[in-house]
Design a binder for this molecule. Structure first.
Ligand SMILES: NC(=O)c1ccc[n+]([C@@H]2O[C@H](COP(=O)([O-])OP(=O)(O)OC[C@H]3O[C@@H](n4cnc5c(N)ncnc54)[C@H](OP(=O)(O)O)[C@@H]3O)[C@@H](O)[C@H]2O)c1
Length: 245
């Protein structure tokens, strides 16, 4: 029976992932800001096969919330088999350009909170020697673009942190997975027009659950984003800078 913690547990992608994990049983510890929404996810997972659910309301944008959630987690479970970090916001790039406070706030929730949680989790996972740490970053971290480089830079910081953590834990059986979704139709992207490159949270959640089961390292979801980003990373700057991407 696995002990599973999810930060940002009622994010559309996290919820879809948990629905794919729940049929194998498992004890879930769900963290998010709104306890009512956490309770709803917990009830749904119980129906789908979860053996136990615990919820903890916490604001992960502040260090005290990060510390409190880890304390509550290890007050409930002695060991954790799977940790999924799924919280985040999509900042308004233009507003960030005009206001350093908004840029720093975007880094707090999309970068620093993950780095804080990972620092605390890594110690525990290193001691236990097994388990899976999975973090939802983004294809946006692959190359800075004018339309969302604040968000992309925070995601990139987390991806680099995960590279280092994977290196540190290479001698153990701990898996460190960097999940990079492309466009996903969730509340975060409600304002965007949708097209053929868009995926459902269920499709992305299924990919994440499979990556956790198989112990992957860097996962693009849906798969074709690996090749799109390969091209975008390799477009020469003199061409790239003529685009409005
Ligand atoms: N949708 C996409 O196209 C896409 C693409 C690439 C990567 N991602 C990443 O995928 C992850 C999940 O996003 P999603 O698309 O599923 O969007 P979502 O449904 O809007 O989920 C985002 C979650 O983050 C939580 N959150 C925000 N600020 C928080 C805070 N201070 N403390 C605790 N929780 C907080 C939100 O809770 P509240 O409702 O309480 O704010 C919400 O549950 C995010 O890391 C996102 O960056 C999404």
């Amino acid at each position: 029976m696995k002990n599973i913690v999810i930060f940002g547990a009622y994010s559309a992608i996290a919820e879809a992932t948990a629905r794919h994990l729940a049929p194998s049983g498992g004890r879930f510890f769900l963290v998010g800001r709104d306890s009512g929404k956490l309770d709803q996810v917990a009830a749904d997972l119980k129906v789908r096969g979860a053996t136990e659910t615990h919820v903890f309301a916490s604001d992960l944008a502040v260090p005290a919330g990060v510390l409190a959630s880890i304390e509550a987690l290890y007050g409930t479970f002695d060991t954790v088999d799977v940790a999924l970090l799924a919280h985040g916001t999509l900042p308004d790039q233009k507003a960030c350009e005009a206001d350093a406070g908004q840029t720093l706030a975007a880094f707090e929730i999309n970068g620093l909170s993950h780095i804080g949680l990972l620092t605390l989790l890594a110690e525990r996972f290193e001691t236990q020697g097994t388990g899976t740490i999975a973090v939802i970053t983004s294809v946006s971290g692959d190359r800075g673009r004018q339309s969302n480089y604040v968000y992309g830079a925070a995601k990139r910081a987390v991806s680099t942190f995960l590279d280092g953590l994977r290196h540190r834990l290479a001698a153990t059986s701990v898996q460190v997975i960097d999940i990079r979704p492309g466009f996903v139709d969730t509340p975060m992207t409600a304002a965007f027009d949708k097209g053929p490159l868009w995926a459902s949270p269920d499709k992305v959640g299924a990919d994440i659950a499979r990556a956790i089961e198989k112990g992957r390292t860097v996962v693009y979801t849906p798969w074709f984003w690996r090749y799109i980003m390969l091209i975008i990373r390799n477009v020469p700057a003199f061409v790239f800078h003529k685009t409005k991407l």
